[in-house]
Design a protein around this ligand. Structure first.
Ligand code: MRU
Length: 346
């Protein structure tokens, strides 16, 4: 059974974008059809679809539907709105720009819908291929008996393919290399608790959920061989924006000399961001921190700060696994080489 045969987080079906509603997992598996710009914006911003590559693919299919219903002008109008829905994940802007560029260069407006859909399908297929390569290369970094720790959700739900960091965990498990999997619950949206545990269960992989703050003590007792996380945007120097809590995990991993790996396709690399300071960090609603489900955690009037992502400095990252190979420091060089196609390192 292939990974994406188990469930289809994002797909094009009967002329519409179809999403597995991730806000309902793990309790309900329900799909939603998205037929308008407003519905696509709502689905991405409320995180019915989430994960950097998956929101890019979803936006690309949404533009294909918009192209069919409203033509080139509607795509040109919708593109900036969609691209701005979640500002940190560079794959969103990248995918929207790809569809928009194809639509603009379309020879006749009659071609626009087909061309937009063709580009969306191409983006999705490239992600599937990239995921398969990253899973294999990432698993090759591991020895038998590896205890792995992961943060947020980076499985098929997050990419529409096999996933990034979680695809490495799944592949390493398939190869018989994994002794333990620790899953950070990932406050405040609990992607680890709600989504990663669900995906690992779908794949029959034993795992244990941990409070985010437990990672340090588990590493201190030597129980973690490597940490694998994804990325929402990688700057040209290797500084990496990912789900809030990734940075503290990398600091702790560095302190305990546990290898810290990022797994991300090259579409997540943004050479226009020279370093982490240039990456826009999405600030989300205070309610995500102040409540769990519909339950208030705090007295009325409590304020919260809710940055959705943080930036891990390149110096804390052991390697970045991409579909073009495993990039090592100094990242300015290895990223430049990967992006210009001159070298794929291993
Ligand atoms: O806010 P989310 O759930 O969209 O954040 C997702 C992450 O931070 C993932 O680690 C990242 O997008 C890479 S997933 C392949």
């Amino acid at each position: 059974m292939t990974e994406d045969a188990l469930y289809r987080p994002v797909s094009w079906r009967d002329g519409r974008l179809r999403l597995l509603d991730q806000t309902l997992l793990p309790n309900r598996v329900e799909y939603r059809e998205i037929a308008s710009l407003d519905a696509a914006v709502e689905a991405i911003s409320s995180m019915r679809v989430r994960g950097a590559p998956a929101i890019g693919i979803a936006a690309a299919y949404a533009l294909a539907a918009i192209a069919r219903d409203g033509g080139r002008g509607a795509v040109e109008e919708a593109a900036p709105t969609l691209a701005a829905t979640r500002p940190t994940a560079v794959n969103l802007r990248w995918a929207v720009d790809r569809v928009l560029a194809r639509v603009i260069e379309a020879a006749s407006s009659a071609d626009v819908a087909g061309i937009a859909l063709d580009e969306a399908r191409r983006i999705h297929e490239e992600q599937r291929e990239a995921d398969a390569r990253m899973a294999a290369d990432g698993a090759s970094l591991l020895d038998q008996g590896s205890a792995l720790l992961t943060h947020c959700n980076t499985g098929p739900l997050a990419t529409g393919g096999r996933g990034t960091a979680l695809a490495v965990v799944i592949e390493a498990h398939r190869r018989g290399l994994v002794s333990d999997v620790f899953v950070d619950e990932t406050r405040p949206r609990l992607q680890g608790a709600h989504l990663t545990t669900w995906e690992l269960a779908q794949h029959g992989i034993p795992h244990r959920l941990i409070a985010d703050s437990a990672a340090a003590s588990i590493m201190a007792r030597g129980a973690v061989s490597a940490v694998f996380t994804g990325a929402d945007r990688i700057a040209h120097n290797g500084d990496t924006a990912n789900k809030i809590g990734t940075y503290s995990l990398a600091v702790v991993a560095g302190h305990h000399e546990v290898p810290f790996y990022i797994v991300a396709p090259t579409s997540t690399i943004d050479p226009q961001s020279a370093g982490g300071g240039a990456i826009a960090i999405e600030q989300r609603d205070e309610a995500e921190v102040l409540t769990v489900g519909n339950e208030a955690l705090t007295p009325d009037g409590t304020r919260a700060l809710n940055p959705a992502f943080d930036v891990t400095p390149a110096s804390l990252i052991t390697a970045i696994v991409t579909e073009l190979g495993v990039l090592r420091p100094p990242y300015l060089d290895s990223i430049s080489e990967a992006l210009t196609g001159s070298v794929a390192t291993a």
